[in-house]
Design a protein around this ligand. Structure first.
Ligand code: NAD
Ligand code: WQD
Length: 352
């Protein structure tokens, strides 16, 4: 399939894996990323994974999506009308969004407004947006279905919810738009080659990257945030989805929106429909890596729900997609990435 797809934030964790799957599906891919939380090395590795021929179908621009003139230049110079845009670009650290809300509103909202305006100007009205299970707030029950009430618990979550509303309003105003709001649960894992993965700056906020850094000796132990939840082992349970399954969900969404004239506005969970506890994930990682992960039980983290996982029926019905990989697969691939890139793309710093 020769789709022309623009991928904002394509050098990041989920974006880079999605580029691989799009290129392997035959697409031409144009990445726009300001490298705020990534680097061009990930795209070099994408090209290595897919090989020379497919790699030649990937171009990238170091551009901020909030920069109207520069983004317009990307569309104007593409030489094609994009069939679809996948909008990953955004800031995603929950704690930072509480400390610096304006930065989050500015970056995440303005980039989306500028992007949509530029898309319409250049004749592309098909967008796939990275939303998040965070829009379910603290769900009253599980699994979360797409019709659950939404809520935002922090500025980051509010940007996701606002953007869902913005894109829905856009669709209501002009039915030429096709919009997929994809609500991801907890993306983990890495490409099976071990060359592409998540490379967080500073102390990781999320469980899997923290476990990974303990395993490679960068951190002494994992703080387990509470073991008094009403779950089997008392620790929090989440829906961990392999990043390559997630990437395939985007390819399925591009296919759906570009082939179904009645696609309209879709809101779809991308999760596995299962949950795994913190201690179960640690055990699976220890098995995959052969490393001991020392754990210390500490207080609950504010705002954490006991259990969150997503219903998967709609994704299968609407996109024909479901996650195929297990938590064991996630840990095996995470360890391949971690053991060959313990300090991420940049390598070990002098002061480490
Ligand atoms: P990431 O930080 O690895 O990737 C985001 C990319 O966007 C980075 O490469 C960054 O440099 C780029 N970027 C940020 N602002 C930009 C701007 N204004 N212009 C151009 N590029 C910009 O994060 P990720 O984990 O790959 O997440 C991708 C998307 O998925 C984000 O929108 C995130 O909110 C959403 N999401 C992530 C998770 C998760 O746990 N990883 C869960 C749900 C939703
Ligand atoms: C998972 C579990 C923690 C770290 C976050 C965002 C959400 C979405 C995905 C973007 C919980 C426990 C964690 C640690 C721990 N991102 N934990 N020790 O909170 O489900 O979701 O990432 O949209 O918006 O909020 O993921 O990986 O932080 O936590 O015990 O050091 O691991 O309590 O039970 P979360 P997480």
């Amino acid at each position: 399939m020769t789709w022309n797809v623009l991928v904002t934030g394509g050098a990041g964790y989920i974006g880079s894996h999605t580029c691989v799957r799009l290129l392997q599906a035959g697409a031409r891919v144009t990445v726009v990323d300001n490298f705020d939380n990534s680097c061009a090395e990930s795209l070099k590795r994408v090209r290595n994974i897919v090989g020379e021929d497919a790699g030649a179908r990937l171009t990238h621009h170091e551009v901020d999506c909030c920069d109207k003139v520069a983004l317009d230049g990307v569309f104007a110079s593409a030489g094609v009308t994009f069939d679809a845009v996948i909008h990953f670009a955004g800031l995603k650290a929950v704690g930072e969004s509480v400390a610096e809300p304006m930065k989050y509103y500015e970056n995440n909202i303005v980039s989306t407004l500028v992007l949509c305006e530029t898309m319409a100007k250049h004749g592309c009205k098909t967008i796939i947006f990275s939303s998040s299970a965070t829009v379910y707030g603290e769900p009253a029950s599980v699994p979360c279905t797409e019709d659950f009430p939404t809520a935002a618990l922090n500025p980051y979550g509010r940007t996701k919810l606002f953007i869902e509303h913005i894109l829905s309003d856009l669709y209501v105003s002009d039915k030429e738009w096709k919009v997929a709001l994809l609500r991801y649960f907890n993306p983990v894992g890495a490409h099976e080659s071990g060359t592409l993965g998540e490379d967080p700056k500073g102390i990781p906020n999320n469980l899997m990257p923290f476990v990974q850094q303990v395993a490679v000796g960068r951190r002494p132990e994992l703080n387990v945030f509470g073991n008094d939840y009403p779950t089997k082992d008392g620790t929090g349970r989440r829906d961990y989805i392999h990043v390559v399954d997630l990437a395939d969900g985007h390819v399925a969404a591009v296919k759906k929106l570009t082939s179904d004239p009645d696609a309209g506005l879709l809101t779809v969970n991308l999760g596995t429909g299962k949950s795994t506890s913190v201690l179960e994930l640690v055990a699976a990682f220890e098995k995959a890596s052969g490393k001991k992960i020392p754990c210390k039980i500490v207080d609950r983290r504010a705002g954490d729900a006991a259990e969150v996982y997503g219903a998967t029926d709609k994704a299968f019905k609407v996109l024909g997609w479901r996650a195929l990989r297990t938590i064991e697969d996630c840990c095996i691939d995470q360890w391949k990435w971690a053991s060959s890139n313990p300090y991420g793309y940049a390598g070990k710093p002098d002061d480490a």
